[in-house]
Design a protein around this ligand. Sequence first.
Ligand code: G6P
Length: 611
Amino acid sequence: MCGIVGAVASRDVTATLIDGLKRLEYRGYDSAGLAVVAENNELDLRRSVGRVASLESICGGISGQIGVAHTRWATHGRPAEHNAHPHTSSSQVAVVHNGIIENHNELRLVQKERGFVFSSETDTEVIVHQIDWHMQQGQDLFNAVRTTVSELHGAYGLGVVSKHEPGVLVAARSGSPLLVGLGDGENFIASDMSALIPVSQKYMVMEDGDIAKITSTSIEIFDFQGSPVERAVLISTLSDEETDLGGFAHYMKKEIHEQTRAITETLEGRLGADSVLDLPFGENAREIFDKTKELKIIACGTSYNAACVARYWFEEFGIKCDVEIASEYRYRKHVVNEGTLFATISQSGETLDTMAALEMAKTLGYINTLCICNVPESSLVRASDLTIFTHAGREIGVASTKAFTTQLVTLLMLAICLRRRRLGDGRSADVMEAEIVQELRSLPQQIENALDLEDDIIAMSKHFADKNHTLFLGRGAHYPIAVEGALKLKEISYIHAEAYAAGELKHGPLALIDEDMPVVAVAPNDELQEKLKSNLEEVRARGGKLYVFADANSDLESDESTLVLKVAPVNNYIAPVIYTIPLQLLSYHVALLKGTDIDKPRNLAKSVTVE
Ligand code: G6P
């Protein structure tokens, strides 16, 4: 994925580049670098391993009115200074790149024969040598980039500067997000607008196949054949307010506690007196929902877990629902039944596999495409027919929390809209819908109650911090909640965590049970609780230690091998949202005890724009 910022101005842009990188660190943070064309018209390149702060510490004295910068999430070549971007060729050209060049080996062979010397193990370096080569053959910077992109296979967002044209910033996009930010007598490029909050609110979205020639006073965008294209100027609504830690030690903790407000906002304007409204899903949502007989949902990571929970709701309501991981979906053949709506779920709206799955789905005969997303200005939103926003607010912690619970709430509302179609005229709500709507309205208060468990969870977390493995169990819609709980724990505490449908325990994982393997179980008061209790007995009988989040009305009690934490009674449909909260808190507090980098766990990134 990686984050790109570039600027061209009539002032020193170094501070803007560094600030932009800090704002993009969520896209990758294993190394960072920048290059400016200095006053002597030479490229000044600085790179360092680790966070942008360490890059900043080596940027003293650097100054230039044009430059490109990059924060990296390694794909080709380990995190190291020589693999960090920008990459340069003979100190003439500097390139930052997001994406993967698939034909880099072929290009490298040719370039070695031409005498280019490679200083990194990255796929990116072939881009800069190729641009340099075309400039050596007499092309200007813009045309050299245009020729080069016609020779690349793969995905890229590129920012390029050259010492030979110190007023020109060239950007190209194919498959990796890139925007042009408009300033006053200065212009910018960035992977997303959050990088440019202090300097620009107006922006243009580059589309795949666009190449831009940008100076401090002009922006020209062309297709790869060189014909001019028009891109609309949009106004960004992003502000800095949401990036304040607000007294919390970590963004993840802040975001866990923000779920009350986030869900309130997700529900706002979407509920009638006793029904879920169709219209917030889009102008033509009614007609599309009327035609929808089945649902196919595609997502990655935490968003995929949300889809897995929702499958239980859809099928409970009589709507066939199939859920699949985007990276699998895109590489197999499909049978699409008539009347199937294709839905994607994504916090960022930029996940490359999900985007690619959507593009593929458009050719396969689905009735329409719907996207559940948290970022209005994202690629997935622009590419979908219908969108419903989760309104979680900006999520900064890499481990997703409030985005997940707001996705669940949105999916439940969608399930209710489709359920109505099963009832008859499709437009009027019944008693059951009215009841679920009341439960939805009470969610913010119920989340507050779940957050009140934090002190007990802090005590519980001490039992996990010295462990290497954990098992999470759930049944029904709480099986994917257990999966999400395990994902949170492994992401931020680095403790190996697996989740199993509790009924599967006896088919393998039971062999792992001993006192060093804590077993976490999610036990709401539903029709599966008795079955779950039997599964917990199987653990107890083998000396396992149980940590159970159970309905306060259940008869599950703590004893020497079991710690039961009582959760306030909750309606079955919204229980998955509520039971998520203690699992998030558990992961957070275990990670806190372990002293890991909670908001930016090792090897991960918030937005994954590579395959
Ligand atoms: C990355 C993030 C996860 C996220 C996943 C899917 O792996 O670290 O938190 O769940 O991408 O992202 P999306 O933005 O599509 O929901």
